[in-house]
Design a protein around this ligand. Structure first.
Ligand code: MTE
Length: 334
């Protein structure tokens, strides 16, 4: 077993992990920033990443604790089918700093920038090819669908992984409530976007396809594993994890898990999605975890498993097909 201390900054160089179009756009953007006296501390990385915050240690610690010190979810069951993972659960503070939320930029303190997300009076519109279109407010969603805890593996397209204890409800519960019509073949999920609030440096230039969208085939959404999270570690979802509602599809790469969902739309044809629109060669619509299909710029055969903490360290593990969930989802792809 290899146990490696994570260095201060990400080991894969920026141009290795960033879609070329974004990378080159950002290079010129960063040049402008440097010209304006803003330095390399703003250098963003694409995909899934981590790093140290840009603020002093104690202020940073306090802000981090505040961001995860949220109301406990009192009423939920533990789903016995999804409680056993042969790896330890990530340390909560590590998970709460190891985020991506490009609406707020690509810097290494994204967990802090995401605290600007306004989550009051959150509504989720369900529309398109359904018998019962409706708009739920988040409290209704949390009361209507019985909540359960599920411990899932999480695998980023950039070859790191963790185990996380989500709280939420199966996507199929929502499907049963809104009843898609036979014409509905896909579903599109749209994240919150307001350019006045979500204007992180580096990601609001050029023509990036905001808002962040993701999609599933309807059979994928109906699969037992497909989950909506409203909480994590026994409490409400922190903003940096995509409060108040995000997708969790553990057999797919992490970018499929759209955060802070405001709209769910049932459609006939495969919808355009954020990363797939940026570079379909690097970020497939299906995006199932597969050790045999390398990313065009790196191997997917192994992953850096972020171990339990405290502090960030990792172990190299072999990547599992479907991230270890083949028995649940394999049939969807034969
Ligand atoms: N959803 C939105 N709206 N915006 C994003 O930038 N990043 C995706 C996904 N969902 C992203 C998003 C990526 S690349 C990853 S790896 C995961 O969120 C990260 O989830 P986490 O920060 O909770 O670990």
């Amino acid at each position: 077993m290899t146990l490696i201390r994570v260095p201060e900054s990400w080991e894969i160089s920026e141009n290795q992990i960033t879609p070329p179009r974004l990378y080159y756009n950002r290079r010129s953007f960063i040049k402008t920033l440097v010209g304006a006296g803003i330095g390399a501390s703003l250098l963003p990385l694409a995909g899934c990443q981590s790093g140290t915050s840009g603020i002093g240690k104690s202020a940073s610690e306090t802000a981090l604790e505040k961001s995860i010190n949220l109301p406990k979810i009192e009423s939920f069951t533990k789903n016995p089918d999804f409680l056993k993972v042969d790896r330890p659960i990530a340390d909560e503070k590590v998970a709460a700093q190891y985020n991506n939320f490009y609406e707020f930029g690509g810097t290494k303190k994204i967990w802090l920038d995401a605290q600007k997300l306004p989550t009051e009076n959150w509504k989720v519109e369900v529309a398109g090819l359904v018998k019962n279109p409706r708009t739920y407010d988040i409290d209704t969603l949390k009361q209507k669908f019985p909540l359960e805890e599920r411990i899932y593996r999480f695998r980023c397209v950039e070859a790191w992984s963790m185990v996380l204890p989500w709280l939420g409800f199966p996507m199929k519960a929502l499907l049963e409530d809104v009843e898609p019509t036979p014409k509905a073949k896909f579903v599109r999920f749209t994240s919150f976007y307001d350019p006045e609030i979500t204007k992180g440096p580096g990601f609001h230039i050029g023509s990036l396809p905001w808002p962040y969208t993701e999609g599933l085939r309807i059979e994928e959404m109906a699969n037992d594993l497909a989950f909506f999270a409203v909480g994590i570690y026994g409490h409400d979802l922190p903003k940096q994890h995509g409060a108040p509602l995000r997708m969790v599809t553990p057999w797919k790469y992490g970018f499929k898990g759209a955060k802070s969902i405001v709209k769910i739309e049932f459609v006939e044809n495969q919808p355009a999605t954020y990363w797939n629109t940026i570079d379909s060669n690097e970020y497939a619509f299906e995006a199932n975890v597969n050790p045999d299909v390398p990313h065009p710029r790196w191997s997917q055969a192994t992953e850096k498993f972020i171990s339990s903490g405290p502090g960030i360290s990792w172990e190299i593990k072999e990547t599992l097909p479907y991230n270890g969930y083949g028995e649940y989802v394999g049939d969807l792809y034969t």
